[in-house]
Write a protein that binds this ligand. Structure first.
Ligand code: F3S
Length: 748
């Protein structure tokens, strides 16, 4: 499966057999996206399959985690008591490196600041047989493409731009940490069978147009919500002319339209890339199964679009949203109309989206052309290589030196400004200004925490052009610049090799393989750390009904995972459950007073913060419940939103309805997610009422009773609560959590 691991193989034969079973059942042509998913079904014979409806139980080939999300995922995995991960897994240190003064120094600083996190990740990876890519190795998605992605494969990754792997024909899907833990611990992974959006590409790009422009145009067509619940499948003759890394760029940014993932069918460009990255044997193997690695003739899509690459123009998308797509021919008008700040303050190239050898070579060709006319970058200019391999190769082949002569600053091989890890000094907070990047996301404040920064995303080529001109009002296809003698000239169209002629230079060795004998490895977590904490297994259910227990909070209106477990400064504590629990439900509105983070303690009568009140109940051995409104827990798959209430002694979350992923996450942590059989009961129940919860009634498909003791002394009444536990989920509740259940099984 990869050159970095022994004993992990691609099993095209088994995948093909699974497909035959499914094909026999469905009896219709399949899209490529379906083929990848159905060939990874846990039970191809019995699985119900209806696009957009059924929940597929899948067995991914790999798991990948970035350093910010890996912490809690591994901490949870540890509590399953398994000696090693059940599915090949890698961890990538890329998110915690802040761009300040340039690559080497920023990296050294990050290693120092994040030492305890890196030590934990490095030792836990060694212990549990996980490949560890050290800080400086590069951005997760680039490393996956270079080393792990393969046609027809299924990978889950704890980062939204995981779909980048679609450039190599893999269904690579971004998930939350809880899903990663399941797969690491050998549980099947559940995904609602996606719909499939077909995008047919015809023709061939030329000149200033690049693969990025395809996805920028698609984002304009489908908008930020258009891909929700769907896989975007590119096909058609136009795909043959795109480089593998270019296809990666297109799939990467599919995350911006909300798509589950994006895929390209296996083709010769992928074969070339596999060969260039020392995996020709995988390419040869894939060719043997070529028919399974593309759509069937006549495959039907839920939605269909066609793009003619012959006429595709470069696009500039933004500001503030990636789906505001403007072709370059109309861009000047748009700048004027919307009064966007014309001066380009900073041009940024690279990131996981656009840092291939091809991207860098084309960008360098533009910089060279400008310098041949005596011009350099007018705006501040930064380059983020996507991996150590890219950095070393462009250092060897001269592009890096070109960027430096051009006036650029080369940053560490990491996320940097893309994730807001940017100590920007050239403008003050609140000052309206424009930056142009080859990244994927441009929401308000994402890059520099300045809400007045107008961030545009485009191809690296257009970033270079606008960085040279120093203005948004420059169209390199039609406009001229003045050289150092005042003579007008037009920039030449960019050129560059798709793959390095002399092969890739691997650069410094930044990979840590897990040792063969892992028995002596101990995981480094300091007991005094405020960022990391070993998880104690949750207690099993005591087998009793819970009587006369308080309502911690009756939450009113929207209660998203952000209200339940806020992000921002709290991200620092992702690996420390007790510390991060101090943000539990602090964003939820209390129906009793309309305020956030202010509830009355039922035992003392005093008003206090939600987490503090929960801690007091926990100390006194009193379980508690939360009452919530519609779609409780919508937003993200953040597992902290389920871990925190469990950690602070919660028993049940009782709501009008749940966001499905949050409901499952609560079950995994051994909590009871329950819904009012009659949603009107939400209004009846008052914040200071007490309840009896008949946990002993819990059985598959049966409602359970809650007796409400009104605080005003009126007569107690029963409320019927529904639940969706299946047999194995009931075990999770009985044992205290899904991981306790895994641990029990591992021990028996
Ligand atoms: Fe990193 Fe930005 Fe990509 S945060 S993973 S470079 S989207």
């Amino acid at each position: 499966m990869t050159n970095w691991e022994k004993g992990h193989y691609i099993n095209y034969k088994k995948m093909s057999e699974n497909l035959d079973i499914v094909r026999g059942r469905l009896n219709r042509p399949l899209t490529y996206a379906e083929k990848i998913l159905y060939s990874h079904l846990d039970d191809p014979h019995g699985q119900e399959i209806e696009r957009g409806k059924s929940y597929l139980k899948l067995r991914p080939d790999r798991v990948a985690c970035q350093d910010a999300t890996a912490q809690m995922a591994i901490l949870q995995f540890m509590s399953a008591g398994m000696p090693s991960v059940a599915t090949p897994t890698t961890v990538h240190c890329d998110h915690l490196i802040e761009a300040q003064i340039g690559g080497a120094k920023d990296l050294a600083r990050a290693k120092d600041i994040n030492k305890e996190v890196y030590d934990f990740l490095s030792t836990s990876c060694a212990k549990y047989n996980i490949g560890f890519w050290k800080p400086g190795s590069g951005i997760i998605h680039q490393i996956i493409l270079e080393n792990y992605a393969f046609p027809g494969g299924l990978l889950i990754g704890t980062d939204s731009h995981t779909p980048n792997g679609g450039g190599l024909g893999m269904a690579a899907i971004g998930v939350g940490g809880a899903d990663a833990v399941d797969v690491m611990a050998n549980l099947p992974w559940e995904l609602k069978a996606p719909k499939v959006i077909g995008i047919k590409l015809t023709g061939k790009m030329s000149g200033w147009t690049s693969p990025k422009d395809i996805i920028l145009k698609v984002a304009g067509i489908l908008t930020v919500k258009g891909g929700t619940g769907a896989i975007v499948e590119y096909h058609g003759p136009g795909t043959e002319n795109l480089s593998c890394t270019g296809m990666g760029t297109i799939c990467n940014m599919g995350a911006e339209i909300g798509a589950t993932t994006s895929v390209f069918p296996f083709n010769d460009r992928m074969y070339d890339y596999l060969a260039a990255t020392k995996r020709q044997h995988i390419g040869d193997f894939a060719r043997e199964y070529q028919k399974d690695l593309k759509e069937d003739e006549g495959a039907e899509y839920d939605e269909f679009h066609e793009i003619d690459l012959n006429t595709l123009e470069p696009y500039v998308n933004g500001p503030f949203t990636p789906d505001l797509a403007t072709p370059i021919s109309k861009f000047k008008e748009a700048v004027k109309e919307h009064k966007w700040p014309e001066e380009v303050k900073v041009g940024l190239i690279g990131s996981c989206t656009n840092s291939s050898y091809e991207d860098m070579s084309r960008a360098a060709s533009i910089a060279e052309d400008a310098m041949a006319h005596g011009l350099k970058a007018k705006a501040v200019f930064t380059v983020t290589p996507g991996s150590e391999q890219i950095r070393a190769t462009i250092a060897r082949d001269g592009q890096l030196e070109t960027f430096e002569r051009f006036g650029g600053m080369v940053l560490a091989n990491a996320c940097g400004p893309c994730i807001g890890q940017w100590d920007r000094k050239d403008v003050k907070k609140g000052e309206p200004n424009t930056i142009v990047s080859s990244y994927n996301r441009n929401f308000t404040g994402r890059n520099d925490a300045n809400p007045a920064t107008h961030a545009f995303v485009t191809s690296p080529d257009m970033v270079l052009a606008m960085t040279i001109a120093g203005t948004l009002n420059f169209n390199p296809l039609t406009d001229t610049l003045k050289d150092s003698n005042g003579k007008e000239f037009k920039l030449k169209e960019p050129t560059g090799d798709g793959l390095p002629r002399n092969g890739y230079d691997p650069g410094e060795d930044t990979y840590q393989a897990p040792p063969e004998d892992r028995s002596q490895v101990s995981v480094a977590v300091s007991p005094s750390s405020d960022r990391l904490q070993i998880l104690e297994p949750f207690k099993p259910w005591d087998g009793k009904d819970a009587l006369d227990i308080p309502i911690l909070i009756k939450a009113q209106g929207k209660t998203t995972t952000d209200h339940i477990s806020m992000a921002g400064p709290w991200l620092k504590y992702r690996g420390h459950l007790d510390n991060i629990s101090n943000n539990m439900l602090i964003g939820a509105t209390n129906a009793a007073n309309g305020e956030a983070n202010k509830v009355k303690n039922a035992t003392t009568g005093e008003w206090d913060a939600v987490p503090a009140t929960a801690r007091d109940y926990k100390k006194k051995g009193i379980p508690w419940v939360v009452i919530g409104d519609w779609n409780y827990g919508e937003g993200s798959s953040r597992e902290h939103a389920a871990l925190e209430p469990r950690h602070l002694g919660g028993l049940a979350i009782i709501v009008r309805s749940f966001a499905r992923i949050h409901e499952t996450n609560l079950k995994k942590q051994g909590m009871l997610p329950l819904t009012f059989h009659d949603p009107a009961d939400y209004d009846k129940i008052q914040p200071y009422d007490k309840v009896d919860l008949m946990c002993t009634e819990l059985a598959v498909g049966k409602p359970i009773t809650m007796k409400v003791h009104p605080a005003d002394g009126s007569e107690a009444y029963d409320v019927k609560l529904d639940q969706t536990f299946n047999e194995s989920q009931l075990e999770w509740f009985h044992n205290g959590s899904a991981l306790n259940t895994m641990a029990k099984k591992a021990a028996s």
